[in-house]
Design a protein around this ligand. Structure first.
Ligand SMILES: O=c1[nH]cnc2c1ncn2[C@@H]1O[C@H](COP(=O)(O)OP(=O)(O)O)[C@@H](O)[C@H]1O
Ligand SMILES: [Mn+2]
Ligand SMILES: [Mn+2]
Ligand SMILES: [Mn+2]
Length: 201
């Protein structure tokens, strides 16, 4: 996704732009897939109404609410829980290339596995957007199976805006996946995306 990272101050000076805030919520986990593959961390994303993967969050009007208050409001709408978000969870602001005049603010917050489970439960029962703007929450598989399943296949799906780049950057920065595993998964996903395209129409 083209565009460029800008500072929070620069972003907030552009009141003629649209602003959106999204967050990566994650937790440590001791769970093991099939009783043997360590999950290590749980990362939450959502399947959106448009069939694209993205993070919880949405449009915020800085002239009416702070970025964090707006994100908190969006999380209430999309997760059914007002996850407390502060500037401590702010990560970056990205001036999108297209559509024009859209700035994408990104946040990351570590929560406990119990809190994450509570969010998954609340999202179905309390979120006003559940089944509408938000088709459902999903966890991101951070492991790679011998057949390429897991993270590579997840990364071969379609993502909204720069959310795939936000995910990769966060996995790197938070050290949720080893650099080698991440590089290999990105590589495998590229191969998969190419093969899918060459299937007979
Ligand atoms: O997870 C994301 N990361 C980065 N940008 C996103 C993400 N989800 C949506 N966007 C971009 O931000 C815009 C507004 O986000 P969203 O669709 O969540 O608004 P809403 O929840 O207020 O309806 C979208 O049109 C899209 O361009
Ligand atoms: Mn909204
Ligand atoms: Mn929303
Ligand atoms: Mn949204």
């Amino acid at each position: 996704m083209a565009g460029k990272d800008i500072t929070r101050e620069d972003a907030l000076s552009r009141l003629d732009h649209k602003h959106a805030c999204h967050i990566l919520l994650y937790a440590d986990s001791r769970a093991k897939l099939f009783g043997k593959i360590p999950i290590k961390h749980i990362v939450l994303m959502q399947m959106r109404f448009d069939g694209l993967l993205g993070f919880p969050g949405g449009l915020v009007k800085p002239s009416e609410e702070s970025l964090e208050a707006g994100l908190c409001r969006e999380l209430q709408e999309e997760l059914g829980v007002a996850v407390p978000v502060t500037i401590d969870h702010y990560v970056s602001s990205h001036l999108a290339q297209s559509p024009p005049h859209l700035i994408l603010h990104f946040y990351c917050k570590k929560i406990t596995e119990a809190e994450l489970l509570e969010i998954e439960r609340a999202a179905v029962s309390n979120a006003v957007d559940h089944g509408l703007e938000v088709m459902g929450l999903t966890r991101v598989p951070l492991y790679t199976l011998r057949n390429g399943g897991g993270l590579p296949w997840f990364l071969s799906h379609s993502f909204i805006s720069n959310s795939r780049a936000q995910l990769l950057e966060a996995l790197r920065r938070l050290d949720l996946v080893s650099p080698q595993t991440l590089e290999e998964a990105v590589q495998k996903a590229e191969e998969m995306r190419c093969t899918v395209k060459t299937e007979p129409q």
